[in-house]
Write a protein that binds this ligand. Structure first.
Ligand code: FMN
Length: 199
């Protein structure tokens, strides 16, 4: 498996789970992906509150070499990720707030993140949403069903415990590894499946 030829759009929105976003961005960079990065206003707030990252420079310092990363303003609905004619390997929203999920479910496209997700769906490209909310209301569940029917994959930030995680990093890696696998990206993050069968 190799890094995709086209860029991956990574959006970070205002749901709890900033460590997932930071780890995922690091992993996408390490995998050699071209990355289009968009962070919502509340996403920036969560990055600061949960990871001590107070802006673009701080995020760059924590995630590695940004040679292949282009960051866009979420207010700029005309930026490249908003265009269906621009090649794209798909989009990941991690974490994905219930607000952004609802907007995608309704196709409102009132920010670059919402518009980029709308475009990914209409172009039938992969869209992975990583919500973090508990409990779910009927509205949340209906929105998740709606985006799933439209082609998105809803991958809740719900780490398993069968690999006996000893650290927060192990829990974070569980979720990030699943996201990378869905995109067919090479990685050694998270637990490997072991059947328990003796050889
Ligand atoms: C500190 C903080 C934590 C939040 N945590 C969550 C959360 O875990 N899940 C969620 O769906 N929304 C959460 N929210 C609410 C969203 O951030 C809010 O709905 C926001 O309008 C989403 O905007 P965005 O999707 O453009 O980032 C949180 C907000 C704040 C300020």
């Amino acid at each position: 498996m190799n890094a995709p030829a086209a860029p991956v759009t990574l959006a970070i929105t205002g749901a709890s789970g900033a460590p997932y976003a930071v780890r995922l961005l690091r992993a996408l960079i390490a995998a050699g992906c071209d990355i289009r990065l968009v962070v919502s206003a509340t996403g920036w707030r969560l990055l600061e509150e949960e990871a001590g990252i107070d802006g673009r420079d701080a995020l760059r310092e924590r995630t590695g070499d940004w040679t292949r990363v282009i960051a866009y303003d979420d207010d700029d609905r005309g930026a490249t990720p908003a265009s269906g004619s621009s090649p794209s390997a798909g989009m990941i929203i991690c974490p994905c707030s219930m607000g952004t999920l609802a907007s995608i479910a309704q196709g409102t496209t009132r920010s670059l993140i919402e518009r980029a997700a709308d475009v990914v769906l209409k172009e039938r490209r992969p869209l992975v949403l990583v919500p973090r909310e508990t409990p779910y209301s009927a509205i949340h569940l209906e929105n998740m069903l709606r985006v799933t029917r439209a082609g998105a994959i809803v991958l809740p930030a719900s780490p398993g415990f069968y690999h006996r995680p000893a650290t927060i990093e192990h829990l974070v890696d569980f979720v990030v590894g699943r996201i990378l696998s869905l995109f067919g990206l090479p990685h050694a993050i998270g637990p490997r499946w072991q059947s328990g069968e003796s050889a």
